[in-house]
Ligand binder design. Structure first.
Ligand code: AMP
Ligand code: ZN
Length: 666
């Protein structure tokens, strides 16, 4: 039996590994996401029931969960050098001249893209990943293994004919698509967007909660092997081998015979770099032969056998005509530079973000200035500097606005926040319109027949001032609006009516509470089950809910403290909008364990550990991972940890069996 289970677990692991490889390394999935998730779930359940078959490199660990409070410093076995930079044909030719003085024979070069991310050193022993360390100062870095394991293109188990022990270096990058999606989600929940993919990638590696890292679409692109007995003699072969062992090694690398060919490669990628899914900031040229590399050696800072060629950042200068200020749905103010239109990286640029007051002060940027504009991974281009030589004589420092450009209320800026906010939640038109637009949007109430522009028209015509007003609109009222016909007016009213069927968790998301995105809304809906329970929750209650932090808790409490919001919710309730979980969803849920906190330990007979936790939550209880005085019960299965038992006994916490637990919720 146990032999069987072990085989089953092993087979699932192998299968999932293969699918991961197909999907993330080869970009060529052969099963649906759904089938993948089902297999993963099956594996997780088996692993939960059979902790004796634990494997630190199981594909199930890709979802993260390990929390690192302080990253340990690790000394690199061999130093992670920097690279010398070149910027021109002459620089490269000088480099070749220096090389040819030090080595005999022909020199071949491997040309690679210079990925713009965070460097990473991975150590493998007997085919499994044992350590992932950041570059740090080159001599020592931070151990971020738990986080790196969640990156799907990092193989946890190698394939083929790999050396017993070696290191491999690469760059963790955040592809542009994924970066933009992350920012969309942030903007939706009223958070400031990330500035660029590189900083977001390196910031991600230092997150304490690896489950958070798992949610980010990071990738690891490999470029160099380190170690003895690698069985390869050249850089180019090394890349090929790494690919065979299951690493993601971009296929753009080329082996060339002269600096002229190197330049061809550089020119090609300078022009085509925007076609790549991730950002690069240049090309790295390496002497191909390891033997010649050894002869060349290192300077104090960098290998003599490698050279980075940095692309010129795509930059133009243009006139800043005016600084205007935008007010978002959450009241956040964003200063915008309105530019004299100019061509940059293939598009016409008219506007650039100035981010916030500090950024304006830092750049000392003023209306009328000639400014340098650059396009990186940012959604809109950014101003990197002022051309002070061209500053007009009568120029005055920029005074940041003190009042909302839309409603004229004094702006506020909270301690530690970069952004100014308009606090006029109920009276500021872009906030009012933005909130209703969010309410009707596809992922929220998905109201058919009503679009963002119509919302603005309805608000401006005085027909609605918050989302609850939607439910009183009549065909007769909306008909006079621009471009409205009988049919479209009817569709609009019907669409609004239909939204009364949208389930509670989506309504909760639609309310537009700051920081409450789709996932958080689901969590809260599941936990509190009704808007009434949620609105009565204190900040302390809220932070005790899994994955709800201080920031979200505070925002939720603020939202329900507003009398206006309470009125709106009362109205929604009266109109029949779903403000609690449906009977069907609730059928499997009770409050029998309300107020009780459980710690689960050991292996169980009739239910898996995951199922047990779900049963606790579905019946209103809380699951905690460690025993404290707040624990109500410890549910102990077979092989409960001895230290847990001692702790429970010391704190006099009742230890119950699986059967006793199941009796409780019967
Ligand atoms: P720099 O930080 O400008 O000194 O450049 C050196 C860094 O470039 C290395 O630490 C790597 O993280 C990064 N890099 C990106 N792509 C490559 C590549 N193909 N080969 C070597 N280093 C690379
Ligand atoms: Zn305002």
């Amino acid at each position: 039996m146990s032999q069987n289970i072990q085989q089953q677990i092993q087979q699932l692991r192998d299968e999932l590994r293969e699918h991961n490889y197909n999907y993330y390394v080869l970009d060529n999935p052969i099963i649906s996401d759904y089938d993948f998730d089902m297999k993963l779930k099956q594996l997780q359940e088996l692993e939960a029931k059979h902790p004796e078959f634990y494997d630190a490199n199981s594909p199930s660990l890709r979802v993260g969960g390990e929390v690192t409070k302080n990253f340990k410093t690790v000394v690199h076995e061999s130093r992670m050098y920097s690279l010398d930079n070149s910027y021109s044909k002459e620089d490269l030719e000088d480099w070749e001249t220096r090389i040819k003085k030090l080595v005999d024979g022909d020199v071949m070069y491997t040309c690679e893209l210079k990925y713009d991310g965070a460097s990473m050193n991975l150590t493998y022993e007997n085919g499994t990943l044992v350590k992932a360390v950041t570059r740090g100062d080159g001599f020592q870095g931070d151990n971020v293994t738990a986080n790196v394991k969640t990156i799907k293109s990092v193989p946890l188990q190698l394939r083929g004919d790999y050396p017993d022990k070696f290191e491999i270096r690469g760059e963790i990058v955040l592809p542009i698509d994924g970066f933009l999606k992350m920012n969309e989600a942030r903007i939706e929940t009223g958070e400031e967007p990330y500035r660029n993919p590189r900083n977001t990638a390196s910031g991600s590696l230092k997150l304490q909660d690896s489950a958070e890292v798992a949610k980010r679409p990071l990738e690891c692109l490999l470029y160099s092997l380190k170690g003895r007995h690698l069985g390869v003699d050249t850089q180019f072969e090394g890349l090929q081998k790494a690919r065979d062992w299951g690493f993601k090694v971009p296929s753009e690398a080329r082996l060339v015979k002269s600096i002229d060919e190197v330049l061809e490669y550089i020119n090609y990628w300078d022009e085509h770099r925007h076609e790549l899914p991730y950002e690069i900031d240049g090309v790295v040229v390496k002497v191909n032969s390891f033997y010649q590399q050894e002869e060349l050696g290192y300077t104090a800072k960098a290998p003599r056998w490698a050279m980075a060629y940095k692309f010129k950042a795509e930059q133009v200068s243009t006139r800043l005509n005016e600084i205007t200020y935008q007010v978002g749905r959450t009241g956040a103010i964003t200063p915008v530079a309105n530019l004299e239109p100019v061509e940059l990286a293939g598009t016409t640029v008219k506007r650039a973000s100035l981010h916030n007051a500090d950024q304006i002060a830092k750049l000392d940027v003023r209306e009328g200035d000639e400014v340098f504009v650059e396009k990186g991974g940012e959604i809109i281009p950014k101003i990197i500097a002022v051309d002070f030589t061209k500053r007009p004589e009568n120029s005055q420092p920029t005074k940041y606005i003190t009042h909302c450009p839309e409603c004229d209320i004094a702006l506020v800026r909270q301690e530690g926040e970069a952004q100014h906010y308009c606090p006029n939640y109920n009276g500021c038109p872009p906030q009012i319109i933005g909130r209703i637009q969010h309410y009707i949007s596809r992922k929220a109430m998905d109201i058919e027949g009503l679009g963002g522009e119509t919302v603005a028209l309805l608000v401006n015509a005085g027909l609605i001032s918050n989302y609850s007003d939607l439910y009183e609109l009549t065909v007769g009222e909306v008909l006079p609006l621009e471009r409205m016909a009988q049919k479209s007016a009817e569709n609009l009213v019907n669409g609004i009516e239909a939204s009364k069927q949208i389930p509670f968790e989506r309504v909760l998301y639609a309310l537009g509470i700051r920081y409450v995105g789709e996932t958080v809304a689901k969590k809260l809906a599941k936990h509190y089950k009704s808007i009434d329970a949620l609105s009565n929750a204190s900040q302390d209650d809220l932070v005790n809910v899994d994955e709800i932090g201080e920031k979200i808790a505070e925002s939720v409490v603020d939202f329900f403290n507003s009398e206006q919001n309470q009125l709106i919710i009362e109205r929604l309730k009266r109109f029949g909008v779903q403000l609690e979980l449906s009977a069907e969803t609730l059928a499997n849920q009770t409050n029998k364990l309300e107020g009780e906190t459980f710690v689960v330990s050991g292996v169980f007979e009739t239910v898996s550990r995951t199922e047990l936790k779900k049963l606790i939550e579905d019946n209103g209880g809380k699951v905690s991972s460690s025993i404290s005085s707040k624990t109500s019960f410890v549910v102990a299965g077979d092989k409960m940890g001895p230290s847990k038992r001692t702790k429970a006994e010391k704190l006099e916490i009742p230890i119950i069996t699986e059967d006793e637990f199941l009796q409780k919720i019967k």
